[in-house]
Each structure stands twice: as structure tokens, then as C-alpha cells.
Ligand binder design. Structure first.
Ligand SMILES: [Zn+2]
Length: 289
């Protein structure tokens, strides 16, 4: 395939680097550790739906941690503050294993549906909950992937190094706010386990589909990585432990990682490691009160 020579671009991307150890592309495996975060779960009668969510902080996570240990890869976990309070030992063990922890709100509110004052609360309470576990995140992902201009301002104010919620390019690029900018590590729905596997039974969540053949997911992700290898770029994969942690899906993930490492010549790295490699500065972070 010929790569376009078209020169115009509406996004501002840092130059693509050569990747470490002669790798042809980079992939970050990221997880949103949502589990049973949020008030809507606390007040609900549906113990079955609740139990499916809790699977993400328990059995599902345990299995995925095993897959990553087997392949010796590190990932980025975006963790809501309330999950730090509900399962502090779990979050600490993830961090102790060398995985990156990012900010994912406090009670996982859709920030585009709440007022500015609540957006600030989600940011501050999330920071405090992470700080209590000794974690200073450098990256942020907004719940539900709908960043707002106000939260972008908060990220710049706090001194975050990157966001991972937007889709304006498929290479790292800059989000702009006036004269300031923030590195974006872009995501996409097709690179998210939710659309392939999350079954919507009419309860809390929307946006979910039906359960796909795992090969449909694997093939999509492999084709994306093959294209990234051709273009020498970076890919962010998004997963949820309650979704990807089912046995046969974890097997699929293991196959995907094995293929990337053995056949595709891909560097598997956390988002912060990729930002390092892009020589993105680490802004001084605001003190968490
Ligand atoms: Zn989430």
C-alpha cells in the first residue's frame, strides 16, 4: 500500500520517531478499571448486573494480569478514584507490578453531562484518591470518551502530560486550548473491547452491542497493527477487565500479544513510556491538597 504524500494536515502531530530496538510500530494496551464504580451501582437492586461489574476488579483482572505477566508486558490502567477507595490493595498491586496508573474521574461521571463545578470535583476527588495510594498520574482518560473544553483546561491546570480520550488522528497529536497544548494519545471505538463483547441487557450501560465472534475482534486489531507497522505509528487498544477478563477473551488477548511480539515486530509499551519516547516534557504537576 502506498502511504499518502498529501501535505495538508489539520492536526498537529509530533514527528513519528524510530521505535526502540528496531521495532516497526508501538502498541499500548490500556484498561479502564471501571468495575462497580459509581452511585448507580450502590443503590441498585440488580445483584446480577452488579456482580458482572465486580468481576472486573476480581476474577477478570486476575486473569488479565496473568496474561500480561506471561508475556512480560506492561500496560496502562485508567482507574476511577472510587475504585482506589473500594479496592486499594488491588490498585496498589497493579502499580507494584510496574503498570502505569492513569486518572479516570472519581465516580466515573460522563463529564459532558455535568456542570463545570462537578467536572472539577471529579478531577480533584480522583487526584486525592490516587494520591492516598501514593500514585501521581501523568495521563487522563475521561469516562465515556467525551472530553469537554473545561476538563481540557483542568488537565492543563493540573499539569497532566497527556490525555487519551479523543479520535482526531491515529497518531499522537496535540489538543489545543488557546496557546497551550496537551499531547493526545488517541483511541477509537474499533480498538475497544466494549463494542465487540459488551452485551447490553437494558440495565445501566448504553452504547454496547451484542457479543461478537472473538476472531472479529482479533482480526480488526491485527489489521490495525499491520497498518501501523506500515506507517511506523502508535496504536492504543482499550479494554475493560469485566469484558476482556472472560476466559476465552483473555486467550484472544494472549494470542494478540504473542503475535505482536513474535511476528509483527511491535514495541508493547505503556502510554507514558511512549510519551517518553516522543520526548514529551513532564509538566510540573499541581500539589494535591
Ligand atoms: Zn470507564
Amino acid at each position: 500500500m502506498k502511504i499518502s504524500r498529501f501535505k495538508q494536515s489539520v492536526t498537529d502531530c509530533p514527528p513519528l520517531p524510530t521505535w526502540p530496538s528496531g521495532h516497526k510500530a508501538a502498541v499500548s494496551l490500556t484498561y479502564d478499571l471501571d468495575a462497580d464504580v459509581g452511585k448507580s451501582w450502590r443503590n441498585m437492586d440488580g445483584l446480577t448486573t452488579l456482580s458482572e461489574a465486580k468481576f472486573g476488579a476480581g476474577r477478570g483482572l486476575e486473569r488479565l494480569m496473568g496474561v500480561m505477566a506471561d508475556h512480560q508486558v506492561k500496560s496502562t490502567f485508567f482507574v476511577p478514584g472510587e475504585i482506589c477507595e473500594l479496592y486499594p490493595e488491588v490498585v496498589c498491586e497493579i502499580a507494584d507490578d510496574g503498570h502505569e496508573i492513569g486518572h479516570h474521574g472519581y465516580i466515573h461521571l460522563a463529564i459532558n453531562r455535568i456542570r463545570s463545578i462537578e467536572q472539577r470535583e471529579e478531577m480533584d476527588c480522583g487526584m486525592k484518591a490516587l494520591a492516598k495510594l501514593g500514585i501521581r498520574p501523568t495521563g487522563y482518560r475521561c469516562p465515556g470518551w467525551e472530553l469537554t473544553p473545561f476538563t481540557l483546561e483542568l488537565l492543563l491546570e493540573e499539569g497532566f502530560r497527556y490525555d487519551s480520550s479523543c479520535m482526531g488522528d491515529d497518531r499522537p497529536y496535540y489538543l489545543k486550548s488557546g496557546s497551550r497544548k496537551l499531547l493526545e494519545m488517541p483511541v477509537h471505538w474499533s480498538l475497544d473491547d466494549w463494542v465487540f463483547f459488551r452485551f447490553s441487557n437494558g440495565n445501566i450501560y448504553d452504547g454496547a452491542g451484542t457479543m461478537s465472534d472473538p476472531q472479529a475482534c482479533l482480526n480488526t486489531w491485527k489489521r490495525e497493527v499491520e497498518n501501523a507497522v506500515m506507517e511506523g505509528r502508535h496504536v492504543t487498544i482499550t479494554m475493560h477487565p469485566e469484558v476482556m477478563g472472560r476466559g476465552y477473551r483473555s486467550h484472544l488477548l494472549s494470542e494478540f500479544i504473542g503475535w505482536m511480539k513474535a511476528d509483527a515486530n511491535v514495541w508493547v509499551a505503556t502510554l507514558d513510556e511512549v510519551a517518553d519516547h516522543l520526548k514529551e516534557p513532564r509538566p510540573a504537576m499541581k500539589e494535591t491538597a
